[in-house]
Design a binder for this molecule. Structure first.
Ligand SMILES: [Zn+2]
Length: 74
């Protein structure tokens, strides 16, 4: 389901990720350039987007999230 380039990344699809800021179910997964990963609810993803963007390799919705990430750019 994901490309081989993601082989060293913890796969978030088999359990419910919680927002790292408020512990509600996360909707967005952020892979940082440092190698770590963070998950955020939509509210916190928006709040931290400008901070995370230059440090992130990937910012993407978690599997099962139907709302596209482009909502974060508004
Ligand atoms: Zn949150």
């Amino acid at each position: 389901m994901f490309g081989s380039a993601d082989s060293d990344i913890a796969e978030p699809s088999h359990h419910v990720r919680r927002c790292d800021a408020c512990a509600t179910p996360a909707r967005v997964f952020v892979l940082l350039t440092s190698g770590g990963g963070m998950a955020f609810c939509e509210q916190h993803a928006r709040r931290y987007y400008d901070t995370l963007r230059p440090r992130a390799v990937v910012i993407e919705p978690l599997p099962g999230v139907d709302r596209p990430m482009r909502t974060l750019s508004t």
